[in-house]
Design a protein around this ligand. Structure first.
Ligand code: SAH
Ligand code: SF4
Length: 377
C-alpha cells in the first residue's frame, strides 16, 4: 500500500493480548535472530546472573533511543555489552535507498543476511505528519494474483520476525535523524501475511509491546488476499489492529479470475470472517479495490460492490491499477474511476480514492519486485 488516502481511519486503542505464539522455523535455524522476542536478552541476563533491570535498559536503548550498534548501549558496561557480541544487531543489508521525486516516498531494497535474497520496504511520509512503513513479510509471494508484480516473482521464503521488525527499525533510525518517528505500520509489502502468520504475529507483538517498540494497536494494519482460516486464527489469538482485505471484485466469479486464493476461500467465507471481526471489535474493515480498465470497473461492478457492502462497517479504498511489466491490464480511465466513485457515493458507501505515491521509483501498490537486483531463482 504505497498510496495516499484522502480520508483518515477512525481511531481505536486496543492492544493485541499476548498470544503465546510458539517458536518459528527460523528460531531454531538462527537462534541468534531472536533478539526481538526479548528472549535473547533475557537469556543473556539470566545466564550471566545480570540483574533484571538490564532488560529494561536494553529495550530502552534499542527500541526507544534507537542505537545504531550494541556498543552504543552505554547503560550496559563494556563487559556486559561483550555478552551481546555474538548476536546479530541487524538482519538485513541495505542494497539501495531510493527517494521519490516528491520526497514523500522512500523505498529500500534490502538483502537478507540469511540467504542473500532481496525484499523491499517503503516509507510514506504524509503531509499530516504520519510516517507509514509498508513492510514485507516474504520474499516474493506464492498467491500469484494476476495483477501483482510481487506475485510474479513466485515464493522465495518467509521472513522471520526479526527481519520484519528490522525493516521498521531501519526507518525508525533513519527518521530519528530528522527528529521524526514512525506512526503507522502496514503489512502491505511483499508477501501474504496470513501465510507467514506466526512471524507476523510475533513481529506485531514486539511492535505493540509498550516496553519495546510501543506502537498502538490501532496504528497497525494487516492486509490479506483472503486466507480465511489463518485470518480467523489471527483474530481469535487477539489481534485488534486494523484489517484490510484485497477484494478487487464484487462477486465470486470475477474474484476467481483475478485471484487464485478465491478458489480456496469463497467470497462468502471471506465476508463471514470479516463480519465476525467487526462484531468482535466494532472496527471498520478496509476493502481494497483495484480499478482495472474493462475488467472490474463497470457500473454493474460498482452497484454489486455497493450491494455487498451496504449495512457493513466498511471503507473502500479505490486504487487505480498500477501498471506492471508483462501484465496486459490497464488502469481504468479517469471517466470510469469517477463514475465508479459516484455510484459508491450515491449508495452511501464510504470510500476514498488513492493518489499514487512513489510510482516513479516503482514503490506503488503491487509494484514491489526487487527490480534489477533480485536474483531469479
Ligand atoms: N498479500 C497481501 C498484502 C499485500 S498488500 C494482500 O494482497 O492483501 C498490497 C496491495 O496492493 C493489495 O491490496 C494488492 O491487491 C494491491 N496490488 C497488487 N498489485 C497491484 C497493482 N498492480 N496495482 C495496484 N494495487 C495492486
Ligand atoms: Fe501476494 Fe498480495 Fe500480490 Fe496477491 S496481491 S500476489 S497476495 S502480495
Amino acid at each position: 500500500m504505497m498510496d495516499r488516502m484522502e480520508s483518515r481511519f477512525s481511531a481505536y486503542t486496543d492492544k493485541p493480548k499476548d498470544d503465546g505464539i510458539g517458536k518459528s522455523e527460523y528460531d531454531t535455524i538462527t537462534v541468534k535472530n531472536v533478539i526481538i522476542s526479548g528472549s535473547m536478552v533475557e537469556e543473556i541476563v539470566k545466564n550471566n546472573n545480570l540483574q533484571n533491570y538490564k532488560i529494561t535498559q536494553f529495550n530502552k536503548a534499542y527500541y526507544n533511543d534507537l542505537v545504531e550498534s550494541f556498543d552504543e548501549i552505554t547503560t550496559w558496561s563494556k563487559k556486559d555489552r561483550a555478552l551481546l557480541s555474538s548476536e546479530q544487531f541487524f538482519s538485513l543489508e541495505v542494497e539501495k535507498h531510493q527517494v521519490s521525486k516528491r520526497k514523500d516516498t522512500i523505498k529500500v531494497l534490502f538483502k537478507r543476511k540469511l540467504d542473500n535474497k532481496f525484499i523491499e520496504t517503503v516509507l510514506m511520509r504524509f503531509e499530516d505528519g504520519r510516517n507509514t512503513v509498508c513492510v514485507s513479510c516474504m520474499v516474493g509471494c506464492p498467491v500469484n494474483c494476476t495483477f501483482c508484480a510481487t506475485g510474479k516473482l513466485g515464493f522465495n521464503g518467509n521472513l522471520n520476525a526479526k527481519e520484519i521488525v528490522d525493516q521498521i527499525m531501519y526507518f525508525a533510525r533513519y527518521l530519528k535523524k530528522e527528529n521524526a518517528k514512525i506512526t503507522n505500520v502496514v503489512y502491505m509489502g511483499m508477501g501474504e501475511p496470513m501465510l507467514n502468520l506466526e512471524n507476523v504475529q510475533k513481529s506485531i507483538e514486539v511492535l505493540t509491546d509498550e516496553n519495546k517498540f510501543g506502537l498502538g494497536g490501532r496504528r497497525i494494519t494487516v492486509s490479506t488476499s483472503g486466507y480465511v482460516a489463518q485470518f480467523n486464527k489471527l483474530v481469535s489469538d487477539g489481534f485488534r489492529g486494523r484489517v484490510a482485505i484485497s477484494l478487487h471484485a464484487p462477486n465470486q466469479a470475477l474474484r476467481e479470475q483475478l485471484m487464485p486464493v478465491a478458489k480456496a476461500y469463497s467470497l462468502d467465507q471471506v465476508m463471514e470472517a470479516l463480519d465476525n471481526y467487526v462484531t468482535l471489535t466494532n472496527k471498520r474493515v478496509s476493502y481494497e479495490y483495484i480499478l482495472i480498465d474493462g475488467v472490474n470497473d463497470s457500473e454493474q461492478n460498482a452497484l454489486e460492490l455497493s450491494d455487498l457492502l451496504k449495512n457493513r462497517l466498511a471503507h473502500v479504498n479505490l486504487i487505480p491499477y498500477n501498471p506492471i511489466d508483462g501484465v496486459m491490464y490497464k488502469r481504468s480511465t479517469q471517466e470510469n474511476i469517477q463514475l465508479f466513485s459516484k455510484i459508491l457515493k450515491q449508495k452511501g458507501i464510504n470510500y476514498s480514492l488513492r493518489v499514487t505515491m512513489g510510482d516513479d521509483i516503482n514503490a506503488a501498490c503491487g509494484q514491489l519486485a526487487g527490480l534489477n537486483l533480485a536474483p531469479k531463482t
